[in-house]
Every structure is written in structure tokens, then in C-alpha cells.
Design a protein around this ligand. Structure first.
Ligand SMILES: [Zn+2]
Ligand SMILES: [Zn+2]
Length: 166
């Protein structure tokens, strides 16, 4: 979807809002397709002293197999959109991640949402940011609670225990 910006392009202070859904089901991340349902993106583009700033958010249902605990999961994520839209592509050598070229007087929302989604995905696909993973000894999924493997007693703790007992 193209977002027409001709109304604000020469008009500092003006803004247009947008809301769209983008199909990213073809995105592959390892063996997973993390965005099986269309992602929702909304926000606005404001002409700030002649610079077109896009702000907003992307919300998506992330699905896949956790890289840490190997469990299938699905969770809601929200990624912020902060981008600068420029009339001409920058020099190829100095490509900024958050700068997007305009398509004539329009912004290519699908391209922008896709790029920001990919940039925001963690390098690992996790069922939750603080996934505890599997016990390296017994293989139990530690998100379900601690396993029965005994931890090695911490020698510093043993000294403290002796002090307390005195
Ligand atoms: Zn996990
Ligand atoms: Zn264990």
C-alpha cells in the first residue's frame, strides 16, 4: 500500500495518519515463518521542519519454535516505528537502517513495515524474552519450573552458612 504524502510534502507541521495490515507470511526465519497472520501497522507521518518523520507501531502475532527451549509458541509483539522518509535514496555506501526513500510523493508502507519488522526481530526467536531454556543435564523445560537436578553447593554460600550458625 502506498501512502500519499503530496499534501504534507511542502507543508511543515502537517501530518497524515495511516493504518494498514501487511501480509508477511512469506518471511522465513530459520525454519519458521514467524508472521503467519497479517501484521497491523499504524501511525503518522509528520513534516517536521521539512523532514518527513514517520512514527507509529507494528503489532504482530509472532509464531515459531523457540530457539532456546524448542517449544512451539505464539505471542503478541509490538515494535515501534521511527523512520525518516527521504525523496532520494541516500548514497549507497551510507545506507541508514531507518531511512526510507519515497516512491514519488508516496511512502511504500509494505516495504517499510517489512523492513522494520525484520530489524526488530530478535536474532534468536524466543517463546518469551526471558525464556529459561532446557536444563543442560536432564533436558527439562525450565519454564515449567525447576528440575530435580541438584545444584552444586556454592562454596561461598557454605562459608556464609557456617558464619550464620555460629
Ligand atoms: Zn523458549
Ligand atoms: Zn535438570
Amino acid at each position: 500500500m502506498l501512502l500519499g504524502l503530496s499534501k504534507i510534502i511542502d507543508c511543515p507541521g502537517a501530518s497524515v495518519s495511516f493504518a494498514t495490515s501487511v501480509d508477511l507470511s512469506d518471511l522465513q526465519f530459520g525454519t519458521c515463518a514467524p508472521a503467519q497472520e497479517p501484521v497491523q501497522a499504524s501511525g503518522s507521518v509528520r513534516n517536521t521542519a521539512g523532514v518527513l518523520m514517520m512514527t507509529g507501531s507494528i503489532s504482530a502475532k509472532l509464531a515459531g519454535t523457540c530457539d532456546r527451549c524448542a517449544r512451539e509458541f505464539q505471542r503478541d509483539v509490538t515494535y515501534p516505528i521511527r523512520a525518516v522518509l527521504v525523496p532520494e535514496p541516500e548514497d549507497e555506501g551510507a545506507e541508514e537502517e531507518w531511512v526510507f526513500p519515497l516512491d514519488g510523493d508516496s511512502a511504500d508502507l509494505e516495504d517499510i513495515v517489512r523492513t522494520i519488522f525484520v530489524l526488530n526481530m530478535d536474532s534468536k526467536l524466543l517463546c518469551k524474552p526471558d525464556c529459561r531454556g532446557l536444563c543442560c543435564r536432564c533436558g527439562k523445560n525450565l519454564n515449567d519450573g525447576p528440575c530435580d537436578c541438584r545444584k552444586e553447593p556454592d562454596p561461598r554460600f557454605a562459608v556464609l552458612q557456617q558464619l550464620l550458625e555460629k
